[in-house]
Design a protein around this ligand. Structure first.
Ligand code: CP
Ligand code: NVA
Length: 304
């Protein structure tokens, strides 16, 4: 069975193929196009909030002919303690695929194993692979590709987005600089698992942004970290994306944010509004990239 559990498990070829398929799907978004998932039902089990991921998957599934079944984890027995492996064994006998947003990566791994149906990680504390695929599509559209580009991820470098970016840099070979205070850089165990990769960790925001092509940020308080909000906002304040900082980047550099954005925290209102076109293009690309993922799972070309 093939799944999308993380960027970690993908190959360069798989990443490139998804992005190429997404380009084609975006160019031809006809509602009367082929429906390769016709008659299927896909469960969407979400333990955390979502706007973009939920809407883009519901619309994408509809466009490919499948019916999305949204299940708030609190409304199903999972929320009352039924184990994920039992939930997976039940759903695996009824639905054709599962899209899961939760905390623990192991829950998505277990669901894939016990459900025996295509399973997509729609964000865990460990990774957010669907977002990265949309980001790569956007970089291809706006910069022509990621080869020889310098990507900076600023802020909480140890969150799901920082980690997924690190795997993307490893597989695709572009330079990634993670600019974060020491305590918010990927931990030693992750760096060891990552192995050799073109990833630089720094606490120096100005050095990071010098000659950058993509300046990327994310909330400083990821879902589940709300209790740490005060300390995080204090420690991460020097890592804000603001107009003066962008002057150090390469001409033509783009600003990206997976959203939701917290203005005045990780990014200023001025930069967010000034770069709204590229940021909301990135957001739209969630739809096209995820349709490509659904097709890839149907055709079975993920190894994961
Ligand atoms: N970027 C992203 O995943 O947004 P949502 O949390 O709204 O799905
Ligand atoms: N790191 C953020 C991403 C939101 C899309 C979070 O996990 O909340």
């Amino acid at each position: 069975m093939k799944h999308l559990l993380g960027i970690e498990q993908l190959s360069k070829e798989e990443l490139e193929r998804i992005v190429d398929d997404a380009v084609r799907l975006k160019a031809d978004r006809s509602l009367d196009g082929p429906k390769p998932l016709l008659g299927e039902t896909w469960a969407m089990i979400f333990t955390k909030s979502s706007t973009r991921t939920r809407v883009s998957f519901e619309v994408g599934l509809n466009e490919l002919g499948a019916r999305p079944m949204f299940l708030n984890a609190n409304d199903v027995q999972l929320g009352r303690g039924e184990p994920i492996k039992d939930t997976a064994r039940v759903l695996g006998r009824m639905v054709h695929g599962a899209i899961i947003r939760t905390f623990d990566q192991q829950d998505v791994v277990d669901f894939a194993e016990y459900g025996d149906i295509p399973t997509i990680n729609a964000l865990t504390d460990e990774e957010h692979p669907c977002q990265i695929l949309a980001d790569l599509l956007t970089i291809k559209e706006l910069l022509g590709g990621w080869e020889d580009k310098k990507v900076v991820f600023a802020g909480d470098g140890d969150c799901n987005m920082g980690r997924s970016w690190a795997w993307a840099a490893k597989h695709l070979g572009f330079e990634l600089v993670i600019a974060a205070p020491l305590m918010f850089q990927p931990d030693a165990a992750f760096i060891e698992r990552l192995g050799e990769a073109p990833v630089i960790l720094t606490e120096d925001m100005e050095f990071a942004v010098e000659h950058a092509d993509v300046i990327y940020t994310d909330t400083w308080v990821s879902m589940g970290k709300e209790a740490e909000a005060e300390g995080r906002l204090r420690s991460l304040a020097p890592f804000q994306i603001h107009a003066d900082l962008l002057k150090k980047a390469n001409p033509g550099a783009i600003v990206q944010h997976c959203l939701p954005a917290y203005r005045g925290k990780e990014i200023t209102e001025e930069v967010l509004e000034d770069r709204a076109d590229e940021i909301f293009q990135q957001s739209e690309n969630r739809l096209h990239a995820q349709k490509a993922v659904l097709l890839a799972l149907r055709r079975g070309y993920f190894r994961g």
